[in-house]
Design a protein around this ligand. Structure first.
Ligand SMILES: Cc1cc2nc3c(=O)[nH]c(=O)nc-3n(C[C@H](O)[C@H](O)[C@H](O)COP(=O)(O)O)c2cc1C
Length: 258
């Protein structure tokens, strides 16, 4: 049996879950290949037994980069079994249901839709201090959920959380509003003079939104608010609203930057 997992991960959480899924499928002698959608030119779904889509949640919905990928997915003629998971700071979101609807319309057989709580990388939106003491427990619970996904999938059990239509509608409204606000919100991201111009933010920005001009990092208008630049900066020189951010994704972001 062979599966393919396409993911986008701004700061490493969604990739962390992808790695744990791979581990648990491997424990069951099932091969799972992981592919970062940022690096995918051609989508190949031949000779696959199942497909997994992993996405972070931005204001209740999947980010636009995931949407663009979903639009490119071919129509499915063989009713491919599909698992959708979203990682978020809260317990649940509308994202898996929104993604599932798009894939169902293309003929995919949605088997599992799951929300997996991970550390909130946007904790500072509400000026909150992150509670790092909770992280071990959050990661432990996330792994338990992954185990459950794999067990149910192998036993051919469908696993879906029924979201109310109102929740999904509200989620879409909230997500689309947020998308429209991104050009304005992203202006809150700036670099200080501590920046050493190492270029890590520049080479790892999924939208190629950062350049150096006159010796300074400049953030242009294509930001998607993935926050990778903030967490990847080796000297923590990137600010949000002028504030220094605790780099709580340090451990997990390593897996998504070069
Ligand atoms: C722009 C933005 C919006 C977010 N919105 C939500 C949200 O609506 N609900 C939530 O629970 N978490 C939200 N989060 C937290 C992330 O979904 C969460 O930390 C996720 O696991 C990050 O995954 P990644 O590290 O793979 O990018 C948001 C994060 C960002 C950057």
């Amino acid at each position: 049996m062979k599966g393919l997992l396409y993911y986008f991960s701004g700061t490493g959480n969604t990739k962390w879950v992808a790695d744990i899924l791979k581990k648990h499928f491997r424990n069951n002698k099932i091969d799972l290949e992981l592919l970062n959608i940022e690096k995918v030119d051609e989508i190949k779904l031949n000779q696959l037994d199942f497909l997994i889509i992993g996405s972070p949640v931005y204001a209740e919905m999947e980010p636009k980069i995931v949407d663009n990928f979903l639009n490119k997915l071919p129509i499915c003629i063989k009713n491919l079994k599909t698992i959708i998971y979203a990682t978020q700071g809260g317990k649940s979101s509308s994202a898996p249901a929104i993604i599932a609807k798009k894939l169902k319309n293309k003929g995919y057989n949605i088997f599992i839709e799951e929300c997996i709580k991970m550390p909130n990388n946007y904790y500072f939106l509400l000026n909150k201090e992150p509670n790092i003491n909770e992280y071990d427990k959050i990661l432990y619970n996330a792994e338990c959920k992954v185990k459950l996904i794999v067990e149910n999938f192998i036993k051919n059990n469908k696993l879906k959380k029924e979201n109310s239509l109102i929740r999904i509608k509200l989620g879409k409204t909230c997500g689309n509003f947020f998308r429209r606000m991104i050009p304005k919100i992203s202006k809150n991201i700036t670099a200080t003079s501590e920046c050493t111009k190492c270029g890590i933010c520049l080479t790892n920005c999924p939208n190629g939104n950062i350049t150096f001009e006159d010796g300074k990092a400049v953030f242009h208008s294509k930001c998607m608010m993935c926050l990778r630049c903030i967490y990847a900066c080796p000297v923590n020189a990137i600010r949000y609203k002028g504030k220094k951010i605790k780099q709580v994704q340090k451990d997990r972001i390593k897996e998504v930057i070069k």
